[in-house]
Design a protein around this ligand. Sequence first.
Ligand SMILES: Nc1ncnc2c1ncn2[C@@H]1O[C@H](COP(=O)(O)OP(=O)(O)OP(=O)(O)O)[C@@H](O)[C@H]1O
Length: 227
Amino acid sequence: MIALDNVYKTYSTGVSALNGISMRIKKGEFVFVVGSSGSGKTTLFKLLLKELEPTSGTIYINNKNIGRLRRRKIPKMRRGIGVVFQDFRLLKDRTVYENIAFAQRVVGKSSKQIRSSVPALLSLVGLSDKEKAYPNELSGGEQQRVALARALANNPPVLLADEPTGNLDPKNAWEIMKLLEEINLRGTTVVVVTHNKDIVEQMQKRVITLSNGVIISDEQKGGYYED
Ligand SMILES: Nc1ncnc2c1ncn2[C@@H]1O[C@H](COP(=O)(O)OP(=O)(O)OP(=O)(O)O)[C@@H](O)[C@H]1O
């Protein structure tokens, strides 16, 4: 599903952010990626989305070598990955309904398909009563739930979340994590980059720890280690 073989990334400044990363994440797994500031987590995230190219090494997403994709195939590859960020990134001048519908419209879904799927997505994230609200009328936790619904709008096999609880209080953070767990149980592969030690410790999932651009541990039911 996701595979990295000996991936290196050196920025043009000469900084080596990733120094030989290899990993396999199977379909249906739930994985935390942790590591101190500067360990390479965001670089890894950007490589998986093909926002950056590795200096060397190979990356496979949904069994395709993304280094070999033709430019016109990149949007389709990205559609296979739902993405959630720390800062939600909702369209501020659009309602909750429109935010989710928009993600589907840009990939050419019909109005009929959208009218049936948006309520189902809102129900999944527990926001059926908020479809007419604007993002600034919602709490942080609610905004993140809308972002999750939007990320899932095109049924991606993989969901990547970069610090999804970074702007949330502990209660909302847990609600988002439980939702990610539920989404995973429905079959989506979930990869979460986080600094949230309590959540990582309690969720008892696979944990990949990065330090200075290398993997220093990869454990099933892992904990959160400081390096
Ligand atoms: N665009 C860039 N140009 C040059 N160096 C960069 C760039 N982006 C990141 N780096 C460097 O690469 C290394 C890894 O950064 P990265 O952002 O991947 O770490 P991170 O683990 O996500 O950190 P944080 O937890 O603080 O977000 C750091 O030394 C950083 O300074």
